[in-house]
Design a protein around this ligand. Sequence first.
Ligand code: ZN
Length: 262
Amino acid sequence: MPQEPVDHEHRAGLLWDVLTNAAKGRRPPLTYKAAATSIGIHHRPIRYPLELIQNHCLEHGRPRLTALLVSASSGLQGRGFLGEPGSERDLEDVYLENWQNIPNPFSDLQQGELRAIAEVLTANPDAADKYVSVLSRGNQQRVFSKAVLHAYGHRCAICEMSFPCALQAAHIVPFGDPRRELRIDPRNGIALCANHHRFFDDGLIKITPEYQIVYYDPKGKDGSYSAVDAAISLAFHGKPLRLPKNPQLHPSRDLLKERLED
Ligand SMILES: [Zn+2]
């Protein structure tokens, strides 16, 4: 099986330490390549964790730590940087911030702890209420995903696809719902492959409270279908959803009903 999906938050946690150490030491800006090498990745995907760091700084009114990274060729911050490339002011703000008093926002819980919470949730989904308030949004997503994928034996509940890099935990009622415990309650989730997750979110596929798969165009009249198109869509119409072995973790019929009526 392919590798685990890339964890950008984990990378952001490593980069946060590299950048805050550089700021504390008033060191000159690093190149993107040197920063990427220091956390053991290629320089191209570094923009994903950097975006998380920059967004965090903006949301919390902190100077943009990402001012400390420049391109080797131009000596300036790259395209994703939202400050003014080359500005001395941006850099000085970063040096003046008291980083040692700010905990690393991307390592508030270690992977092992997140796994342990996901295990508690699969044993007792009612615990969602208690845990949701102590987890950051990113960690809520991660705990939810771990719990849901585990519940479904790491397979898509529609097609049984099991490549980890394309398996996702779909929310039945969305993450933004005011009932915050539903963000991490595995009964508000279904393990789906990336295609079926998209079909579900776009309403091409619906799941009834009786756990039946409904495809919006069962006769295939809406456009021309290739063999693969039909195999991942029409073929599942009317079929039962593959449920978790543990009946406690079956998707909530009430939430499925709510979603259908939405
Ligand atoms: Zn699927």
